[in-house]
Design a protein around this ligand. Structure first.
Ligand code: C2O
Ligand code: CU
Length: 452
């Protein structure tokens, strides 16, 4: 462990006194200015990396919003290419969704765009471009967005772990982000694994306290299997509190997914968070638990209030089958090879590379406020984190077996897995629906649905 890995990244996490949310009790607005720009980072000893960063920083600033309060980001694009910001997992007005050609024209170099909305749901979310995603996400444009509960749950400590790898040559330059071979399989993994921009960061925290650990997988490709050495409870998935906290054994976290854990810290010791790969485990982060300086009384685990997501009625719902498969053959276009299909259609390049005058047809169309079941089948031998914009859906059945229903915006379908999810189409607009392995998304695994 290198000394510099102990650096506390300001704004990244708050431990101890810093936890008191900035706006709590005061009449603050959640108002930010943000830029996308180049960032020169030192990631490998061989040389600097010409990366991209929000506010020129990596990790990007952790943005905080408050449930039910106006959130505003005055954004300027200082990149040499167009971009947009997508607020992953938020149920917001279509015009704020950050999808080029659909919800807004791409923000050109030098242009400014104000994102402004009132989050309905609290939880751990994230933000990223939806323009030239493979490049822009790979080069560093990803950040955590925390929506605090309208009455924040009384955890004593909070730590955010943002997971994102880099794919670098020894001299610090980027290696190719994709290859046909990888895009047709699990995708291209990074070779420099980082957590909050650091290699296995270490933090320290006082014992006898309730810790809320927010873990966000912002990587393009890597699926984590999260475990930890102390008893922990899963309290929220993709931001949404689950009905009953679930003891963590290990938890699969695909690209785009988040998990919130509650951990009752002992008086002293160490909390190790790791990625489990079969019998091996790789450290993610480590917390030194120091004896409490003040006497803290044991208290019950703070509870999270459910997000106000409309409950789909399965009896009333119309079923839409969705089959995801491998294309089997390449399309003619080498710039936009088609490797993945949704219901036999592949949208190579997706919304990002389309000609705005030639919008394809939606995957399916919903009537406003009607209820739908998506009967999904991953007919491929690879896992896919399937993500839906503008709505949060209820997962209730996997491989024909009822599961404890939970709300999410991204479901990790295992190879050949089937799942039934349901939602109320209450948010009008055209909304993207895609795999969050970015290489899959860019090679066909994308479509959109329309709510009218
Ligand atoms: Cu993180 Cu289209 O999504
Ligand atoms: Cu996929």
């Amino acid at each position: 462990m290198q000394r510099r890995d102990f650096i506390q990244q300001s704004g990244l996490f708050c431990l101890g006194a810093a936890l008191a949310p900035s706006g709590w009790g005061k009449n603050l607005s959640w108002d930010y200015t943000l830029t996308a720009q180049t960032a020169r980072l030192n990631l490998v000893p061989g040389g600097p990396t010409q990366a991209l960063g929000y506010n020129g920083q990596f990790p990007a600033p952790v943005l905080r919003a408050r449930q039910g309060k106006r959130f505003r980001v005055d954004f300027t694009n200082h990149l040499a290419e167009p971009t947009t910001i997508h607020w992953h997992g938020l149920r917001l007005p279509n015009a704020m969704d950050g999808v080029p050609h659909f919800t807004q024209p791409p923000i050109q170099p030098g242009e400014r765009f104000v994102y402004e909305f009132t989050p309905k749901d609290a939880g751990t979310f994230w933000y990223h471009p939806h323009t030239n995603s493979l490049e822009q996400l790979s080069r560093g444009l990803v950040g955590v967005l925390i929506v605090e509960e309208s009455k924040p749950a009384p955890f004593d400590e909070e730590l955010v772990l943002g997971l994102k790898d880099w794919l670098l040559n020894p001299d610090g330059s980027f290696a190719p982000f994709t290859s046909l071979r990888a895009a047709a399989r699990v995708g291209t993994l990074g070779n420099i694994t980082r957590v909050n921009g650091l290699q296995t960061p270490q933090y320290s925290v006082q014992g006898n306290r309730y810790l809320r650990l927010r873990i966000a997988n912002m990587d393009n490709t890597r699926i984590y299997d999260i475990g930890c050495n102390l008893p922990a409870q899963i309290i929220a998935l993709e931001g949404n509190p689950i009905k009953k906290p679930l003891p963590l054994s290990h938890h699969l976290l695909g690209p785009g997914m988040r998990v919130d854990l509650a951990i009752a810290l002992p008086a002293s010791g160490r909390l190790e968070v790791f990625d489990q790969k079969g019998k091996l485990s790789y450290p993610i982060a480590s917390l030194l638990i120091t004896p409490p300086t003040t006497n803290t009384k044991a208290k019950p685990q703070p509870k999270l209030k459910a997000n106000p997501i409309p409950q789909p009625n399965l009896k009333r719902a119309q079923t839409i089958p969705l089959v995801f498969e491998w294309a089997g053959e390449l399309s003619e276009s080498s710039t936009h090879p088609k490797l993945w299909l949704i219901n036999r259609e592949g949208w190579a390049g997706g919304c990002e590379d389309m000609d705005p005058n030639h919008k394809p047809a939606p995957l399916f169309t919903c009537q406003k406020n009607a209820h739908y079941i998506l009967d999904m089948h991953n007919a491929s031998p690879y896992p896919h984190p399937v993500h839906m914009h503008g709505h949060t859906f209820l997962v209730y059945e996997r491989d024909g077996v009822a599961v404890e229903p939970y709300f999410t915006d991204t479901i990790l379908l295992q190879k050949y897995e089937k799942a039934k999810v349901a939602f109320v189409a209450d948010n009008p607009g055209d909304w993207m629906f895609h795999c969050h392995i970015i290489e899959h998304m860019k090679t066909g695994f994308m479509g959109f649905f329309r709510v009218t």
